[in-house]
Design a protein around this ligand. Sequence first.
Ligand SMILES: Nc1ncnc2c1ncn2[C@@H]1O[C@H](COP(=O)(O)OP(=O)(O)OP(=O)(O)O)[C@@H](O)[C@H]1O
Length: 266
Amino acid sequence: MTTSQTGTEPRYAFETRNVNKVFTGANTVHALTDINLKLPEGSFTCIVGPSGCGKSTLLRILGDLEDATSGEIINNLSAKKVPTAAFVFQEHGVFPWFNVLQNVAFGEHMAGVGKREREERARHWIAEAGLSGFESSYPHQLSGGMRQRIAIARAFATGSPSLLMDEPLGALDAQTRMLMQEQLVKLWELERKTVVLVTHSIEEALLLGDRIVMMSARPGRIKEIIDVPFGRPRSMEVEATPEFARMKQDIWDSLRDEVQASLRLA
Ligand SMILES: Nc1ncnc2c1ncn2[C@@H]1O[C@H](COP(=O)(O)OP(=O)(O)OP(=O)(O)O)[C@@H](O)[C@H]1O
């Protein structure tokens, strides 16, 4: 568990205590079991686990898009005036009828921020996301990677203290994905929001995160929490180090059993 430099307990953005989630309907699905997590403010947590283990459900519960069946979710950010969390999903994150500037400013528009202020903030994050010059373009005029950068820039522009991302780079080709990983780290280092990012990629979790929460096959439990030893600011060159290769192998060794178990469940 991460602690502050003084050795005192860090401030937590989110805490979950014995969170369970059961979906009832035609089929009853026990999606999450006894999830206990403490996410320090300003930390970058990646969640990995086999398909169907409840990663998205956990993210949605943290973001208050879904209720837990039992257990407690403590959101220590909720007293702030802005929305607690901004979301980035794999696809469909941008409005096709808005241009880039309007898309990035949308969250602040909804929060009632004045036009001048929200556009100024939007232009700042558009520039940081490498989209300067495209303010008036519409999403259909841009590449998939650029569209996802709009969604990420908007999430940073909202002023929300946390960012919840569900496979935000999952739909991108390998090269664009690598560039976007770099960009995401760079943006986050500018403004250290509390980030929770769901990914299927062990490499991505190691490149981006401070910690990796590894989940077991359904009903999803926390199998292990791994501290990522690579420092900040982080260069993507860590991927070439023996430490990276060793950690990737260890995580895969542990995850492999869960992936096999999830295939038997399917
Ligand atoms: N609204 C829902 N109603 C019923 N069952 C649901 C609902 N949402 C999710 N589930 C079930 O809960 C389980 C966990 O789903 P979830 O989407 O959280 O998994 P995941 O780990 O994000 O999967 P993936 O990696 O494939 O995206 C799955 O078995 C899924 O079918």
